[in-house]
Design a protein around this ligand. Sequence first.
Ligand SMILES: [Zn+2]
Length: 94
Amino acid sequence: MCRTGCPTQDHATWGECARAANLRVAYCGIGGGDATEQKRWDNDLALYRSARAQGIQPDGTTRPKVMAALKASEQAGAAYGRDFSAAAPMPEGA
Ligand SMILES: [Zn+2]
């Protein structure tokens, strides 16, 4: 059930595989509170690219939209925007 781009190919479910990749990206994004605007932009793009690499098609490149797509994909165990799409409202405070 691994994504084609998964380096380890040892995950039981698509969601687990996606979560492992997402955690790696999220971890890279935690650099302390001194991130510049450019760095934040780079992190958003990296997150977006990670989503696209998993077949997910977020509604936009901004972090809240990408995170919403990732969350929806993980909950559904499928790629948002490719395998399904939902007109679900954005989570509060995202
Ligand atoms: Zn995997």
